[in-house]
Design a binder for this molecule. Structure first.
Ligand code: GLC
Length: 726
């Protein structure tokens, strides 16, 4: 007789009911345990814990463990394997390595992000994996934080749109991959940018800034969530019933699986002093709706004890096991779903075209006095900086092996990665350009001394300098926060020598995050920001330098002039007393540093001259149930096709509440042919102006507001348009 739960044609709910009824308490609790396949006894976990899930298992190990599980699991409940495929399925050589999330956010191109998800899904499924711990919804609001490169930047709308596109790509792929919205929530808001430290965030800021992206995920079918390490307002996320029960399960009715981050439960005892015993930590986490516990094996024993003592009901365990079984049934794991053949997936060259497009569109030109693009005149180019030829630093975090960025790898991704130096060398061979390179022993994030003579000698023969600087792989990522955002190593000292030569110089920040590069901005003829730009990043940079592509990137994160300015994100509320001071200019300033960001959210330029026409509103007031059109014509006065990122911000006055001076409301990527124009329009409805009133109640804004349309968040680049909401 076929057991109902094994019948692939039966309704999933019936299969869950049937299977749950057959499971012992040990087998149920085992489904809630996820352990890493990294130590030397991990095979034994299947029997010891009736294990439901592994993480960090790759390749043949996955199929071997699944086969072993089929022998050991009495009810043959398949394992589910989680992996950090977060900018491509990077842990397997030959897979497509995209730019990191922060770089993908510079594209403002949700379709491209969706494609990254799709390609990653097919490649991870080719490795028999069904679940990625991605997208990251954390906000990049404090660049001291080691994991800034994993974010889509500082703005709620951009993070929401990008993350939704990535989840859509993963879960709608030909071979779907379960996505994981993480780290729920406000993990990046830790005090001082210190990874996993407490985050104290008001409910208003949680609901206005940090929760919207997660709510979008919860309501649009993201299959899993991951609870953050940190304590939110003093309560660790995995024990935070406001976050995990009230908001996620009761307000959003989310019924997907929540996995804790690595040993969240155990860290309440060992790191956060938030429990006096392991058993107490387990009980607290079971009161919150965690379903799977990552890397906390003690949960198995203590949960059994707690249920047997009546402190935790079996019904609570059943809640989680139902969600876990639903995930496994929905992914077809019981039916041994077909996975793509890895070789045929890797034979698809289109994926690298998509990756190159992503690298190209992730580059952001933030200064150009006309020095770029280079003409093809034979030139003696001096390329300076380790990051111009360092694969580890180019690809960045989560590109090599499971675990933190500090790990190095000496083997994978060499075949497909093109560094800037390699790309320029190839270009020189084709064009007669001469290239001289001063690398890691002369200038880089780990160089401590400056060899003046070698640099001065090289400077004598060159006509054009390219300075490529940034941080190293082990200077960012989890556990790797920085208190100083100046260029690390001897890079600033070398830059000063290069600058003193008076030779034309183009600078490239190839890094994981914003740095304080005021001198570089001031003394370079042009500056390009390249956040870990992926395997094809070096080629994309060379193409940009020589005008083969027209840059279109826009910054998703602000750059401080000085670390002391933090926080420097754009959407802050007014109220700073400085402008009232009779003692000076009247701007929002410190007495010792101008407070405007060095580089602003939304900033970036192309090689084209784009002229914005006068914005027109179809109606100066917006009634309930109606819409207004905001439109304008933008003209491309150049001979190059261009992509312009038109940004629409708004400023509201909510009675009794301070609001950001401006908030990104909508944006559009407009393609404009050479010497032509494009009409851009935004349709606005009252729902676009949903706010939280003084009592934190959702309502539609009423009254006058100011729309601001332009090419960045800088005031001088925005045209104000009044609108009345009736
Ligand atoms: C890490 C990270 C998390 C990742 C998990 C599994 O510590 O915080 O983002 O998905 O562990 O590698």
């Amino acid at each position: 007789m076929t057991l109902l739960y094994t019948n692939g044609q039966a309704p999933v709910e019936a299969r869950i009911d049937d299977l749950l009824a057959r499971m012992t308490l040990e087998e149920k609790v085992g489904q809630m345990i996820q352990l890493a396949a990294v130590d030397d006894e991990y095979e034994s976990y299947i029997e010891r814990y009736h294990l439901g899930s592994y993480l960090h298992s790759l390749g043949d190990d996955v199929t071997r463990l699944q086969a072993l599980n089929r022998q050991k699991s009495r009810l043959n409940i398949p394992l589910i394997f989680g992996i950090d495929a977060i900018h491509g399925h990077c842990f397997e050589d030959g897979s497509t390595v995209f730019p990191v999330q922060l770089a993908m956010a510079c594209t403002w191109n949700t379709e491209l992000v969706r494609q990254m998800g799709e390609i990653t899904a097919n490649e991870a499924r080719a490795g028999n994996l069904h679940w990625t711990f991605s997208p990251v919804l954390c906000m990049g609001r404090d660049p001291r934080w080691g994991r800034t490169s994993e974010t889509f930047g500082e703005d709620t709308l951009l993070v929401t749109e990008m993350a939704a596109a990535l989840t859509e790509g993963y879960q709608s792929a030909e071979f779907p991959l379960a996505a994981c919205a993480k780290h729920y929530a406000a993990y990046g808001e830790a005090d001082g940018g210190r990874d996993s430290a407490d985050a104290h965030v008001s409910e208003r800021r949680m609901r206005e800034v940090f929760l919207p992206a997660f709510e979008r995920q919860a309501r649009s079918g993201c299959k899993t969530f991951m609870a953050g390490y940190q304590a939110l307002n003093g309560v660790p996320c995995s024990a935070n019933t406001w976050l995990m029960n009230t908001v996620l399960r009761e307000e959003w009715h989310y019924q997907g699986v929540v996995v804790t981050d690595w040993n969240n439960c155990g860290q309440m005892l060992t790191l956060q002093n938030a429990a006096s015993s392991m058993k107490e930590a387990v009980e607290l986490c079971l009161q919150a709706s965690n379903d799977i516990f990552m890397s906390t094996p003690d949960v198995f024993t203590y949960t059994l004890e707690l249920v047997r003592e009546g402190k935790v009901t079996e019904a609570r365990i059943d809640e989680s096991v139902r969600r876990i079984l639903k995930l496994k049934f929905d992914l077809g794991l019981f039916e041994d779903t077909k996975s793509p053949d890895r070789n045929s997936v890797l034979l698809d060259s289109q994926r690298w075209q998509t990756a190159l497009q992503a690298s190209q569109q992730s580059l952001t030109l933030v200064k150009n006095n006309g020095a770029l693009p280079f003409d093809r005149e034979a030139k003696k180019i001096l390329l300076v900086g380790d990051n111009a030829d360092n694969l580890l630093n180019q690809l960045g975090d989560w590109s090599f092996i499971p675990g933190a960025a500090a790990y190095e790898d000496k083997t994978i991704h060499r075949a497909e990665t093109i560094t800037l130096k390699a790309a320029l060398q190839e270009m020189c061979e084709k064009t007669g350009l001469e290239l001289q390179y001063l690398g890691a022993d002369i200038c880089g994030p780990h160089c401590e001394t400056t060899q003046h003579s070698a640099i001065e000698q090289a400077l004598q023969h060159c006509e054009q300098i390219i300075f490529c600087a940034g941080d190293a792989l082990n200077q960012n990522g989890e556990f790797h926060d920085r208190a100083d955002l100046n260029l690390p190593g001897n890079q600033s000292a070398v830059f000063k020598l290069l600058q003193q030569s008076g030779k034309p110089m183009v600078s490239i920040l190839l890094a994981s995050k914003p740095h304080c590069i005021e001198a570089v901005m001031e003394h370079s003829d042009a500056v390009i920001v390249a956040f870990n730009p992926g395997a094809k990043g070096g080629l994309a940079l060379a193409q940009l330098l020589f005008g083969e592509i027209n840059p279109s990137g826009r910054l998703p994160i602000s750059f401080p002039r000085h670390i002391g300015q933090l926080p420097v994100y754009y959407n802050q509320a007014p109220g700073w007393h400085a402008p009232l001071s009779p003692h000076y200019s009247g701007g929002a300033e410190y007495i010792d540093i101008q407070h405007s960001p060095l580089l602003a959210f939304g900033e970036g330029m192309s090689y084209s001259k784009i002229v914005y026409g006068e914005a027109q509103l179809s109606n100066s007031s917006l009634q309930d149930g109606e819409s207004v059109e905001l439109s304008l014509r933008i003209s491309n006065e150049s001979s190059r096709a261009a992509v312009e990122l038109v940004q629409l911000y708004c400023s509201l006055r909510i009675p009794g509440v301070t609001s950001p001076q401006k908030r990104l409301l909508k944006y559009q990527r407009a393609s404009i042919a050479p010497h032509s124009s494009a009409d851009v329009s935004f349709t606005l409805v009252p729902k676009d102006f949903e706010i939280l009133d003084i009592n934190l109640q959702k309502t539609i804004y009423a009254g006058s507001l100011v729309l601001m349309l332009g090419k960045s968040s800088r005031d001088q680049e925005l045209q104000p348009i009044d609108l009345m909401l009736a």
